[in-house]
Design a protein around this ligand. Structure first.
Ligand SMILES: NC(=O)c1ccc[n+]([C@@H]2O[C@H](COP(=O)([O-])OP(=O)(O)OC[C@H]3O[C@@H](n4cnc5c(N)ncnc54)[C@H](OP(=O)(O)O)[C@@H]3O)[C@@H](O)[C@H]2O)c1
Length: 311
């Protein structure tokens, strides 16, 4: 099969489009013909070598998100059948190997693709939407009526977070630069702050939950925006300012997304009900994965970039 892989960690140009062995599904796995692979910042971070040593396996096919069609099932029983259109986040944080024409995927990592999305749109969803779901509901316990601040609201995670928080009944404040403020408002945000012109503490106060995808000094600074007992959930900062938060009477916690099939099914229901729509700003052929990483590493793309494996 054709795949994109790298033979060493490094810049985007280590990504090469070449022949790779077609995977054979182990017991409990399905062989999926990948139609579209979603690109996430985690893909380029790993490509740069930001990963535990056990993940330094070469050649490495990047990617965790994908949407495609089941071609084989290696299991005595399965809710899925050959020909089903499926999507999922594969084996995260172990190598998911989705930048390829085929992937062998554990059955529990897959869900039926939302019927109202194309494969390209569906591949935008799993990792980012599961992150939002777990950060807002499992960690922060977001309630209807609460005020939530979504940092980087125009990004792959943020644009889904705005919609998910809003449909849950929260009051949503998003941050974005000027060229994205209309986009974030159209997603349903009640307020959008242009972080390039307005210091956050001048425009925002009294929030119950912060979804932080910026970390460091921005995370520490944002704690003062929280109501007493409020919580900031960081998806990027693995050393969050816990003591500072305690002194301020608020909480801060990191979260790494994990596989959760039932949550992906919930997310699918939301999409099929028309309450959550992924935004794909760019579709590239699989062979142009390098460009997708170059763009994502610039940290100013809107919504998601997707690789079309049929192109
Ligand atoms: N822990 C986990 O499980 C987990 C899961 C998913 C993602 N993540 C991490 O979360 C981060 C965000 O992921 P993503 O997929 O959303 O990334 P992304 O799509 O690359 O985010 C790009 C967006 O960030 C916005 N942005 C950049 N700097 C900003 C700032 N200072 N203030 C507000 N917005 C800013 C940009 O908007 P403008 O162009 O308008 O500035 C752009 O739309 C990444 O570091 C990723 O690795 C972690």
């Amino acid at each position: 099969m054709k795949a994109v892989q790298y033979h060493q960690f490094g810049d985007p140009d280590v990504l090469v489009y070449e022949d790779a062995p077609k995977p054979i599904p182990a017991e409990g796995e399905a062989l999926v013909r990948v139609y579209a692979a979603g690109v996430n910042p985690a893909d380029w971070k790993r490509r740069r070598g930001r990963t535990p040593p056990e993940h330094a396996i070469f050649p490495m096919i990047p990617g965790w998100d994908m949407s495609g069609v089941v071609e084989e099932i290696n299991a005595p029983q399965s809710d899925l059948k050959i020909g089903d259109a499926v999507y999922g986040m594969i084996r995260f944080p172990n190598p998911g190997l989705t930048y390829a024409e085929y992937v062998a995927a554990p059955l529990e990592d897959l869900a039926l693709k939302p019927h109202n999305l194309t494969h390209v749109e569906a591949a935008a969803v799993p990792l980012a939407a599961l992150t939002v779901w777990q950060a807002l509901f499992d960690v922060a316990g977001l309630q209807a009526g609460q005020r939530v601040l979504i940092q980087a609201a125009a990004g792959g995670v943020g644009h889904l977070a705005v919609q998910i928080a809003k449909q849950h009944g929260a009051y949503v404040i998003g941050t974005a630069s000027a060229h994205n403020t209309d986009f974030v408002r159209q997603l349903g945000a009640d307020e959008v702050i242009d972080y390039t012109s307005t210091p956050l503490h001048e425009a925002v106060h009294g929030v119950d939950v912060i979804l932080d995808s910026l970390g460091g000094a921005i995370l520490a600074d944002s704690l003062r925006l929280l109501n007493p007992g409020g919580i900031a959930v960081s998806i990027v900062d693995w050393n969050p300012p816990v003591e500072l938060a305690q002194q301020m009477g608020v909480r801060v916690q990191s979260h790494l997304v994990k596989l959760h099939q039932a949550q992906l099914v919930e997310i699918t229901r939301l999409i099929e009900a028309g309450k959550l729509t992924p935004y794909v700003s760019m579709v590239l052929p699989l062979a142009q994965a390098r460009q997708s990483h170059e763009m994502l590493e610039g940290k100013h793309t809107r919504g998601k970039i997707i690789l079309d494996t049929l192109a």
